[in-house]
Ligand binder design. Structure first.
Ligand code: KIV
Length: 273
């Protein structure tokens, strides 16, 4: 397997992501929710670690991302930030903490920045939440946008199908991306949209576009760590490449432990005092 990670051990900043786009270096991003995994992913060379609200699904067992709270996100982001030396740490703002009004958005973002040690925040939406984006940016907090499939709006759409296949939705997405760039966002995640459209967006803005299910014509890629490591089961969208089968590895290891305990093989003489 080829190892291709940056030799540059300096902390990744929003400015460095912009330089990476300019020189055509692809940006790698994964989700992380706890200290131990964040430490491994950071040392493995991931450029950006996202404390995603996908934690609602993979860490908390909820069906959607909606129930996770600001306190829960802060708990996880704090653990991730403590582990990280190089990666840029982005924390998702959970549903209901920024849509109401821009002052509420600002105070949620300030709590994340003050209490976690994360470097910046991410939120979902374009024109509808632009006042919140601007207010957060005005406090010196870097903002990553998120367009296309926005899981916090699942109840509006009723499906996780590919977004922006219709021309009108595609045009709105392009306009929203430009609006987020003009407002001062440092990057945008595009989730589950046609590859051609995603490439068009990446070519029409100067800020990095990070895709998930958005093809290879963008500036970087993000996956949910539990999915790409094969921990989650029964979730196989076309865009997901599995790099390990940790479900099997862990099941086998734990099964062996249980058998050794039951048989009395563990602990042996060398494993006791
Ligand atoms: O919460 C999350 O994991 C995300 C990624 C899918 C980009 O927003």
């Amino acid at each position: 397997m080829s190892v291709h990670k940056s030799d540059d051990m300096r902390k990744v900043t929003t400015h460095r992501l912009s330089e990476m786009k300019q020189r055509g270096e692809k940006i790698s991003m994964l989700t992380a929710y706890d200290f131990s995994m964040a430490s491994i992913l950071d040392q493995a060379g991931v450029d950006v670690l996202l404390v995603g609200d996908s934690a609602s699904n993979v860490m908390c067992g909820n069906v959607t991302t909606l129930p996770i709270t600001l306190d829960e996100m802060i708990f996880m982001a704090k653990s991730v930030a403590k582990a990280v030396k190089r990666s840029l740490v982005v924390c998702d703002m959970p549903f209901g903490t920024y849509q109401g009004n821009s002052l509420e958005a600002l105070s949620s973002a300030i709590r994340i920045m003050k209490e976690t040690g994360a470097d910046c925040i991410k939120l979902e939406g374009g024109e509808e939440i632009i006042d919140s984006v601007k207010r957060i940016l005005s406090a010196g907090i870097p903002v990553m946008g998120h367009l296309g499939l926005m899981p916090q709006s699942i109840n509006k759409y009723g499906t996780y199908a590919v977004r922006a296949k219709e021309e009108s939705e595609a045009q709105k997405l392009i306009a929203d991306a430009k609006l987020l760039e003009e407002a001062g966002c440092f990057a945008i995640v595009l989730e589950k949209i046609p590859a051609e459209l995603a490439q068009k967006v990446a070519e029409s803005v100067h800020i990095p576009i990070i895709g998930i299910g958005a093809g290879g014509g963008v500036d970087g890629q993000v996956l949910v760590m539990h999915d790409m490591l094969g921990i989650t089961q029964g979730f196989s969208p076309r865009f997901l490449r599995r790099y390990a089968d940790l479900f099997s590895v862990i099941t086998e290891a734990v099964g062996n432990y249980v058998a050794d305990v039951k048989s009395g093989d563990f602990p042996n003489e060398k494993e006791q005092y």
